[in-house]
Design a protein around this ligand. Structure first.
Ligand SMILES: COc1nc(N)nc2c1ncn2[C@H]1C[C@H](O)[C@@H](COP(=O)(O)OP(=O)(O)OP(=O)(O)O)O1
Length: 176
């Protein structure tokens, strides 16, 4: 549980913490497990594949509702906050930035509609053996495989100012 302690200390000491969601839509496609990723078209992380998510807004009733709202806005599907399954926490720091990102990670299997391109994300289904880690955030290959195995995660990744690589990290993976 080293990561959980480190994450708690980081959040306690940070001058500013901003809450984000990050959700992964999962499906069984005729016996093949697939995850929906989106190519981020603008803003933070543009040009990378990622799950769907964003800032938790004061108007969101719960963090799960925020995760569902972001999924609905970015992939144009309908997901209920109550169908969001919380899978853990990731904390990201960036050298020279006082603000710490507290990312609430979810998975979801229940949705309606067909994932479609929005102004922020271009969605695509990937089989678990074809996830484009080379075009994702540097941290993803450390924890996403565990998430896709159904595990819970708590981690912290401390990135350089240029946001391309991290110089330190801790990660706890536990059975769900
Ligand atoms: C640093 O490593 C990261 N890895 C991964 N996998 N995901 C990350 C990382 N840092 C941030 N994220 C996620 C967290 C959020 O889901 C998004 C960022 O949210 P964004 O800035 O796009 O928030 P919005 O509210 O959608 O932004 P707009 O104001 O542009 O609508 O990336």
């Amino acid at each position: 549980m080293a990561a959980a302690r480190r994450v708690a200390d980081t959040l306690f000491k940070a001058p500013k913490v901003k809450h984000y969601t990050l959700a992964f839509l999962l499906r069984d496609n005729n016996g093949t497990k697939e995850v929906l990723l989106g190519m981020k078209k603008r803003g933070f992380g543009a040009g990378k594949w990622n799950g769907f998510g964003g800032k938790v807004e004061p108007t969101d009733a719960t963090v799960s509702d925020a995760a569902a709202r972001e999924m609905n806005e970015e992939a144009l599907v309908t997901v209920l906050g109550s169908d969001m399954e919380e899978k853990g926490t990731l904390v990201f720091t960036f050298t020279g930035k006082p603000e710490v990102m507290h990312v609430h990670v979810f998975q979801v299997r229940s949705y309606s509609g067909v994932p479609s391109e929005s102004d922020e994300m271009k969605p695509q289904w990937f089989t678990y053996d074809a996830i484009p880690y080379a075009s994702m955030w540097a941290d993803d290959k450390y924890w996403l495989p565990s998430l896709l195995e159904g595990k819970n995660i708590v981690g912290q990744f401390d990135f350089d100012a240029d946001e391309t690589k991290f110089y330190d990290h801790v990660l706890d993976v536990t059975d769900a």
